[in-house]
Write a protein that binds this ligand. Structure first.
Ligand code: AMP
Ligand code: MG
Length: 422
């Protein structure tokens, strides 16, 4: 199979023709990322309760200290340490009571203040004694004679200082970011509008789940795995269903999709069989490059634009479609969405696998982590065929076997958990 059609328009396209052989993963990724601009999505205000997973469009800075005042970490007594030494174990008078949320009077010298967790420490007090270490008798209380200065006081601004950039532009907001932004009193967050991603599947062999599949038909699984992946990224799905394998239907569907969407994703139809119409259709409506990637699974990948809308044509093969989405489309989508972190974080782990003959393509094995002799080891699924979608369903992530590498059992390889691809 060749990645290039013999028939050409008049455009000098298709990288694979100018560059025979396979395109390395890094080169494909760099080229994809270079061709799109981030931070172009419109910005809208989103309430804290609706902002989970959204990408923040501006740095948000604190205009106050958190906590706003020195406060007590314990239920007990606010004291001046020097007064305890002077009292030498004799009871001291309780001169005020300070519950949380109250603005206290300065501490009268030679007395203590009853204080509760979270309440402001009165001026003049320099420590809090926990109530368990005291002995109360009416309005008098016996104290230890020695405690460290500053004991059980949470200092003003110890969490956030006025002026700190608390959450940076480009952050995909997680529950902890929402909490921290709430703690500085901000309710409405400037977020990029979710990317609108149009998804089309191509192939006359595709039946819809819920229908009876006819002879020679298979169920459309890519539509649903890709829908899930798009939704996991917090983006807006425009589900355009399945396109019939004709040039006219493909052109119509792509043109319509490009008007509504910020990005077009298709699966299937990017090989060069005469039933693969996506390439010709995109070529007519914009431009397309067709790459034979040096990754396994997932050889054919198309990239270009329909009108001005970026287009990514994933392979039809269900495992390849998911993998190419996760490792190539996802960073592009993150960039378009304005996210700061485009790439998954991986860890190095030993693998229970060997390969004495190096391969030309980087391989993404579907693996689980299992414990062996007290350490985590990557275990590949028994059937790594690119048509076996259950391998992905079984796995926790990918082990990356670099191109041109031999692997001995126990070698450490890169592990990318699926959670890093969400
Ligand atoms: P294609 O890239 O269209 O040549 O498809 C490659 C392989 O993937 C063929 O075996 C197709 O039947 C299969 N395939 C394509 N699209 C889908 C889909 N949406 N769901 C499941 N399998 C598909
Ligand atoms: Mg097809």
């Amino acid at each position: 199979m060749s990645g290039c059609g013999g028939k050409g328009g008049d455009k000098p396209l298709t990288d694979c023709c100018s560059q025979p052989g396979l395109m390395p993963f890094e080169q494909a990724l760099a080229q994809l990322l270079d061709s799109v601009q981030g931070g172009k999505q419109p910005v809208e205000k989103v309430h804290l309760t609706a902002a989970l997973g959204r990408v923040l469009a501006e740095d948000l800075c604190a205009e106050l200290d958190v906590p706003p005042a020195d406060n007590s970490a314990m239920d007990g007594y606010a004291v001046r340490v020097a007064d305890l030494a002077a009292a030498a174990g004799k009871p001291l008078t309780i001169s005020q009571r300070i519950p949380a949320g109250v603005d206290p009077e300065p501490l009268q010298p030679g007395t203590v203040a009853r204080i509760f967790t979270g309440a402001s420490v009165p001026e003049g007090a320099d420590a809090v004694v926990m109530q368990e270490n005291t002995e109360r008798d009416g309005e008098q209380v016996k104290m230890p004679t020695e405690i460290p200065l500053g004991d059980h006081i949470r200092r003003r601004g110890q969490d956030i200082a006025n002026g700190d950039a608390v959450v940076k532009a480009g952050t995909r907001l997680q529950p902890q970011h929402l909490g921290v932004l709430a703690s500085i009193g901000i309710a409405e967050l400037p977020c990029y509008r979710p990317l609108r991603v149009a998804l089309l599947s191509s192939g006359d062999e595709l039946a819809q789940p819920g229908e009876v599949a006819g002879p020679g038909q298979i169920y459309n699984s890519n539509r649903y795995s890709l829908t899930g992946l798009i939704q996991q990224l917090g983006m807006e799905l425009i589900d355009l269903g399945t396109i019939e394998d004709t040039r006219a239907a493909t052109i119509e569907a792509l043109q319509g999709a490009a008007e509504k969407a910020d990005l077009l994703i298709t699966s299937g139809g990017v090989s060069v069989g005469e039933e693969d119409h996506i390439k010709a259709a995109v070529e007519q409506l914009g431009e397309i490059s067709l790459w034979k990637l040096a990754i396994k699974p997932g050889k054919p990948l198309a990239f270009g634009r329909v009108g001005q809308t970026p287009f990514i044509g994933l392979p039809g093969n269900p495992v390849s479609a998911m993998l190419c989405f996760q490792v190539l489309a996802r960073p592009v989508m993150m960039k378009l969405q304005g996210a700061g972190e485009l790439h998954p974080k991986s860890v190095m782990l030993p693998i229970d696998y060997q390969r004495s003959k190096a391969q030309k393509r980087r391989e993404y094995l579907r693996v689980r982590r299992v414990e062996q002799d007290g350490q985590l080891v990557l275990k590949p699924y028994t059937n790594q065929s690119s048509g076996v979608l259950t391998s992905v369903a079984w796995a926790e992530g990918y082990a990356v076997i670099p191109a041109d590498a031999q692997i001995a059992a126990g070698d450490r390889v890169e592990f990318i958990p699926f959670s890093e691809l969400a």
